[in-house]
Design a protein around this ligand. Structure first.
Ligand code: 8YV
Length: 334
């Protein structure tokens, strides 16, 4: 029987591609060209599976062009690049890569928060420019992180991992807002307290965004929300571009409406709002929160595990729409 064909849409570890090639006819993309829509549709021709990243948009139009496509394995925990309902409606299984990136992403979120609060990038740029010629009592004085109030918007796995770092490592008071409250058994060791969004904005010294992007979270932080934050507060976004209104944030930072921000994700990335680029009090990184070598390997391997299991008729480790599996099991009489 012919082996299924799969597309690895972006460059990944060669070992992962080699592993997939033991199971499938693989079309890889070692040059790491980012396919535009027409190219992606073209490259998916004849493919039963695809290993995608956040840069590939999988929607109804693309699915309708490829009725043979059965599995989309996204190498990311976030999946706002995929129309999950459209996939489910067409029996296409979708998987993501949760858990393996939780601690690495939390490390980076915490690092960004520290960098914003203690003005790390700004002061380093100053030193490198040759402008440092003396100590001064107020040179780059920032805001303390220890003992401060850490606010978390979106208290999923990564939010909880950031809260652990804050509560247990830095003695921070943790407040959070989430659609649903955590189990008290999870709240207790962190001393974490659920608050409504208005209180979260008002009370946080350092607010970290870790919620998934969805139409409902579009511009969850805009001018109105920023206006209610403390003028000494910092804002960190390791979630998705579009959750913050970047233009409104730039205006708030310029007006010192809040003290500083740190952003790893942007609306329309890799484009960055030009107003942000010109500001000293914002730390900007190119969507690298999950980028430790070990974690990126684990993400690639988990995406491959998912493809291999799903196209082999097994149960993939991390399905997003397992109802599709149940349906195909029924259809095959399994
Ligand atoms: C990925 C991420 O690197 O997992 C996510 O949701 O944002 C990052 O870890 C990126 O999305 C590439 O797919």
């Amino acid at each position: 029987m012919a082996r299924p064909a799969v597309l690895v849409a972006r460059a990944v570890f060669p070992e992962t591609v080699q592993r997939l090639a033991r199971h499938f006819e693989v079309e890889a993309n070692p040059a790491d060209r980012i396919y535009d829509r027409a190219e992606l549709i073209e490259h998916l021709r004849g493919k039963a599976g695809a290993l995608t990243t956040a840069s590939e948009r999988i929607d109804a139009e693309l699915l309708d062009a490829h009725p043979q496509l059965r599995v989309v394995a996204n190498m990311a925990v976030g999946y706002n690049n995929i129309d999950l309902a459209a996939c489910s409606a067409r029996g296409v299984l979708v998987t993501n890569t949760p858990d393996v990136l939780t601690e690495t992403t939390a490390d980076f979120g915490f690092a960004l928060m520290l960098a914003a609060a203690r003005r790390l990038s700004e002061s380093e740029r100053f030193l490198r420019s040759g402008a440092w010629n003396r100590w001064a009592y107020d040179l780059f004085s920032g805001t303390d992180v220890h003992d401060a109030t850490l606010g978390i918007l979106g208290m999923g796995r990564i939010g909880q991992a950031i809260a652990r770092r804050g509560a247990l490592g830095f003695g921070m008071k943790v407040i959070y807002h989430n659609r649903s409250r955590l189990d008290p058994a999870l709240e207790a060791p962190l001393g974490a307290r659920w608050v409504d969004k208005a209180a979260l904005l008002r009370e946080s010294d350092h607010l970290v965004l870790v919620l998934p992007y969805a139409p409902a979270s579009h511009h969850a932080i805009g001018a109105a929300e920023l206006a209610t934050m403390k003028p000494t507060a910092t804002l960190t976004n390791v979630a998705r571009g579009g959750i913050v209104d970047d233009a409104a944030l730039a205006a708030a930072l310029r007006a010192r409406r809040i003290a500083a921000a740190a952003l790893d994700v942007f609306e329309g990335e890799p484009q960055v709002h030009p107003a942000l680029l010109g500001l000293a009090n914002v730390v900007l990184t190119p969507h690298i929160a999950s980028a430790s070598v070990a974690t990126r390997r684990a993400m690639a391997e988990l995406a491959a595990d998912n493809l291999i299991a799903a196209l082999g008729g097994g149960r993939p480790p991390t399905p997003l729409n397992p109802e599709v599996l149940a349906r195909s099991a029924r259809a095959s009489g399994a």
